[in-house]
Design a protein. Structure first.
Length: 396
């Protein structure tokens, strides 16, 4: 019933309001204060900017860009999100403190909430991330307002939008692995284990099992232990970096080498790479919280350094972490024979190694060592068989 009412309301709204679209923040007719423009990825699973960031101030009014029905209004991945359904098109607004609820009909330019600080793409400054999607394809939302609204590009790297001094040009964090190679970036993706389309709340770095994982900056360990899907995880509070409270987390570890409450310097080993938790193999899941909100960690890491592939061993398998049975992380993983290959001795060749000759099988009457005979008698007694007499007693 609610869906029928919403669909009817949407038809009335679309019929009763002009097709004109407006900017969701600032002057409705422009200019559009664009901080980050639309930059979709070449492939849906790659990193990109699937919307535009518009400069604003915390508490500023956020409007619906066009007529439609509210499809979502509430927190999502640590930030407030409003989604408006316009029929074949949906627009999203974040971070927003919503003033509308699910199913509300809105007109173009009608307020849907106010701009929030938590989860801003422009932290420590405030900005609105405005997105538009037609089916499964992201489109440039600025195309919805036509050519009537001018665009004013604001270089956030040169000055902040709030008028405060710009953040330092130097990087705030160091690489948590020696040879950084991103295998899965921060953003929306299909989870490789569950198959669910959801936010990947960190950056995955390739790391062989047992590789040391190091703190990206100096700080205090606030948590270290088993954390569900994240496996063994270490969290470090770095205080304020670039004027923003920053915390980093290191997930899927095979071993933890620090304890909660411990103060550590930058580059200190917090654990070893593993595949604990909901994981498909050894790697590091690196997370960053800025002002308490999960954030893409890449802009905080050193720029201009090529992400080289991980270093592999010269020969043999990769090392594995300790499994609790005394295996050292540097011990090689034993290889099991391939059942599809015939177990035959290779032909003699100058380049081949001669296999050692196996000892011949003992004869029936061969004397057994006492410990072996005792094990045999114990097995027969457990199975309910009579004790086996030695051959010399049977001949008497």
């Amino acid at each position: 019933m609610n869906l029928i009412v919403a669909a009817t309301t949407l038809a009335v709204v679309l019929a009763g309001w002009p097709a004109a679209w407006v900017l969701p923040i600032g002057p409705p007719a422009g200019p559009a204060p664009v901080v980050h423009g639309f930059d979709p990825p070449d492939q849906p699973w790659l990193a990109g900017h699937r919307g535009v960031d518009l400069a604003g101030t915390v508490g500023a009014e956020v409007r619906a860009a066009g007529p439609g029905v509210v499809a979502y209004a509430g927190p999502l991945a640590g930030r407030g999100v409003v989604v408006v359904d316009h029929g074949t098109l949906r627009t999203t607004y974040e971070p927003v403190t919503a003033s509308v609820t699910l199913g509300d009909a809105v007109a173009a330019g009608q307020p849907v909430g106010t701009l929030a600080a938590a989860g801003s793409h422009c932290a420590p400054a405030a900005c609105l991330h405005w997105g538009a999607r037609e089916g499964q394809r992201y489109v440039d939302p600025l195309a919805l307002v036509g050519t009537g609204a001018d665009i004013q590009l604001l270089p956030l790297d040169e000055r902040t939008l709030s008028g405060d001094p710009p953040p330092p040009a130097s990087t705030a964090l160091g690489w948590p692995v020696a040879s950084p190679h991103v295998t899965s970036p921060f953003g929306i993706r299909v989870h490789p284990v569950t198959g669910v389309l959801k936010l990947h709340d960190g950056t995955d770095f390739a790391a062989a099992c047992g590789t040391p994982i190091r703190a990206a900056a100096a700080g205090r360990v606030t948590d270290a232990g088993e954390r569900g899907a994240y496996g063994l995880q270490v969290t470090v509070d770095h205080g304020r970096l670039r004027g923003t409270p920053v915390t980093t987390s290191y997930g899927h570890l095979s071993a933890v080498t620090v304890a909660a409450g411990q103060t550590i310097p930058a580059g200190h080993a917090v654990g070893r790479a593993g595949d604990t938790g909901l994981s498909t193999g050894c790697h590091l899941h690196f997370m960053l919280y800025a002002a308490g909100q999960v954030t893409d960690p890449m802009p905080w890491l050193p720029a201009g350094q090529a992400a080289s592939p991980p270093t592999r061993l010269a020969s043999g398998p990769l090392p594995r972490p300790s499994d609790g049975a005394g295996h050292h992380p540097s011990s090689p993983r034993p290889r099991r024979p391939d059942p599809s290959l015939p177990h035959t001795r290779p032909r003699s060749s100058a380049s081949q190694v001669t296999l050692p000759t196996l000892p011949k099988k003992r004869s029936v009457g061969a004397r057994r060592t006492p410990h072996r005979a005792q094990r045999t008698q114990a097995r027969r007694q457990r199975r309910g068989h009579p004790p086996c007499l030695p051959l010399r007693h049977a001949q008497r």
